[in-house]
Design a binder for this molecule. Sequence first.
Ligand code: PLP
Length: 433
Amino acid sequence: MGKTHLKGDPMNFSTTRDFALQLDAQDKLASFKEAFVISDPSLVYFDGNSLGMMPKAAQEKARQIVDEQWGKDLIRGWNKGWWDAPSRVGDKIGHLIGAAPGQTLVGDTVSVNLFKLATSALMLQPNKTRIITDAFNFPSDLYILQGMKYTLGNHHEIIRIGSNDNDITPDLAALEAAINENTALVTLSHVVFKSGYMYDMQRITDLAHEKGALVLWDLSHSVGSVPVHLDDCNADFAIGCTYKYLNGGPGAPAFFYVNKNIQEKLTSPIWGWWGQKNPFDFDLDYEPAPGAQRFLVGTQPMISLLTMEAALEPILQAGMDTLREKSILMTDFASFLTESWLVPLGFSLGSSLDSAMRGSHISIRHSEGYRINRALIEEMNLIPDFRAPDNLRLGFAPLYLSFADVWEGFDRIRRVMEEKRYEKYPQQKMPVT
Ligand SMILES: *Cc1c(COP(=O)(O)O)cnc(C)c1O
């Protein structure tokens, strides 16, 4: 096995384990694996895009919060770093997404933040009725938009752009054609959850702005895996998740970004005391807090939020450009192993071969994807995830995966196929895939 046709890749990849070890020897981020709790060294974890592994710093912090902050400080904790945590931690996340301070805040969930920000975007432009998204978006994002339309009286029109290449790449010509002067909002996942396709944020934001539309990016699969430049792109809004590549822990609160240029024009659809100008005046009438703060609603989950803050340490230390470099090499290597080993066994690659159009996960497709996924989890100690109808999603979190891990994972998939181990599992799906 010699050359690959992967775009822009100067290396000749090889399918040997030695080759993976060579890549590890050159890996500048290799030592970051030690910053994570590895409880089972033989587990190959390809699901860091769904729930990141636990950083040791987060584990220690969680204990400290429970024992010291909650246990001893009690209510005094609010004046010792709890109350201002949404903006302090938001600004740290801002570093990872190209946002100057004062625009990113932590709170609630991605879905709830989408509702708040998208609704405020529509309220700002009462005469425009068009909302544009795509069929690649995370279903919850689409449900939120549908519920928002219903709540606002059903006079908006939601346009969902499709694909013309079997659900790998969105139809960009259709997207461009759909954006018109009647468009209030364009909202997309920057890196889409199934195929890993990555939009050109600058280009789409510019296209929308030319027609006077606002743009909201869901960064759930981008933050911590690809560099994002919200301020440079002049994006209006963004939302994102902290338990995926940010390793914040299950259910860690989400974040949102509101560009400082529009903050003062916006009204939150949910007026809570954390978004009130002087919450401790306990005034009986609402007045919005300055800036993006008005989009906070109520008390935040402090144990989870502060644990997530500690989880950011290794990523902030590694830096997004170095992470991206490794992530590209990893997904290139994974695509190469897919083509070399798995395509002959009936798989097809469900992601772009061009790293400029790809985040840090890839999809490999097989009509037996669901049963293959189960065999991998139950017999091979490999964790990918399955996304209907036929996607096995493989996430490559560059902070704690080695190239030998990638090689090992593909070897296990190959063995499940060659030994037809998946055939004994039922087609019936379990509740969480
Ligand atoms: C993971 C993810 C979410 C999660 O939403 P929650 O409301 O926080 O559960 C939303 N959107 C996208 C694109 C995601 O990948």
